[in-house]
Write a protein that binds this ligand. Structure first.
Ligand code: SF4
Ligand code: MG
Length: 343
């Protein structure tokens, strides 16, 4: 499939000085048209930083130090979002790529009615539309997320958390984006509501054909809904592959730990964090593989490993299955078998 969004070599620092935090380092990621891509990893691993940097919404003191983000526009041409000037950015924002923020259900303005806020968001990008047309579109969006039209006249506090979250999703879809990014869209909701909302997003995706980047701690949810999953650790993507393949044949020792710490696919959900130890200090990164201190397979060579995703090289894996672990480079090059438990 064609790419909807291509992230090349994206790096982000927080701060400029010697103790700058290297929150994101040389991330490469492609989202294909219509695909659901799950982004998982422990909190603080850079998931939110990645999507906010990739959409130019990174709050200060976050600083993009390298990279390109190629988006396919309405005309089918690609443009580098990171190279747009402010005027171009305002025009493109929410049109090609829309985002539902972490904690979004609290980001509606409490003093305005929901309908006013939806129509106002439409007005910014569709200034020539008549009030009637905007009203019609607002109703259409409410239909899409399963909320009665009369709720357009409600204030945010009059809606449940789940409904407010649906309103945010409706607003994100207002301009028919080709890419919808959702940062932990359901973590503030109870489990039943989470499931309903996720199902609704998946149905809308079927109908409207947008691609999704879905960020969550909940890797078991991703295994169910995502086509592909990218795993992040300490500001880098360390494994990327088809969801089921990652579930059955995780290759990176960290991914193995994550998957291993999860109950079976249809069992109860559990948060990440089943691996002893903690991630490295991003202001003072060790040489080599950032997972080394926690890795059961670590060897001296790992300390000089220059982390980069590459194909696993295993015949049983798909071509697109990539991993950033020294074992898969060196051992295979020398024809040395991988340690048992890893394959
Ligand atoms: Fe473990 Fe070495 Fe692979 Fe890092 S590079 S995950 S330390 S085996
Ligand atoms: Mg986050």
């Amino acid at each position: 499939a064609e790419p909807a969004l291509t992230i090349n070599n994206l790096s982000v620092d927080y701060g400029f000085t010697d103790d700058a935090v290297h929150a994101l380092r040389n991330v490469n990621l492609t989202l294909h048209k219509g695909e659901v891509l799950g982004l998982a990893g422990e909190s603080g691993c850079g998931k939110s930083t990645l999507v906010y940097a990739a959409t130019r919404l990174l709050p200060p003191p976050g600083l993009i130090t390298s990279g390109e983000v190629w988006v396919t526009g309405d005309d089918g041409k690609q443009y580098n979002l990171l190279a747009l000037n402010d005027r171009q950015l305002r025009r493109e924002r929410w049109v090609d790529t829309a985002i539902v923020f972490q904690g979004a259900l609290n980001s509606l303005n409490p003093v305005y009615k929901v309908g006013y806020q939806i129509k106002d968001a439409i007005k910014v990008h569709r200034p020539k539309w008549s009030a009637a047309r905007r009203e019609e579109r607002a109703e259409e969006l409410m239909d899409m997320v399963g909320i009665a039209h009369d709720r357009l006249n409600a204030y945010p506090h009059q809606l449940s958390g789940g409904m407010r979250q649906r309103v945010m999703i409706a607003m994100a879809l207002a301009l028919e984006p080709k890419v919808l990014i959702m940062d932990e869209p359901t973590t503030a909701l109870d489990v039943v509501m989470q499931r309903q909302i996720v199902q609704q997003i998946m149905e809308l995706r079927q109908k409207l054909g947008f691609a999704v980047i879905f960020i969550t701690h909940d890797i078991s949810l991703l295994i169910e809904i995502a086509d592909r999953i990218a795993i992040m650790y300490a500001g880098e993507i360390i494994e990327d592959g088809k969801a089921m393949e990652l579930y059955r044949q995780a290759r990176h020792p960290y991914t193995k730990g994550l998957i291993g710490s999860f109950p079976p696919l249809h069992g109860a959900r559990k948060e990440l964090g089943g691996i002893p130890g903690s991630p490295p200090d991003l202001a003072d990164l060790p040489q080599g593989c950032p997972f080394m201190a926690r890795c059961a397979y670590a060897r001296p060579e790992c300390a000089s490993y220059d982390v980069a995703l590459q194909p696993t090289g295993l015949p049983q894996d798909s071509v697109g299955h990539t991993v950033a672990c020294q074992l898969f480079v060196e051992l295979q090059k020398d024809g040395v078998p991988l340690p048992t438990g890893l394959v």
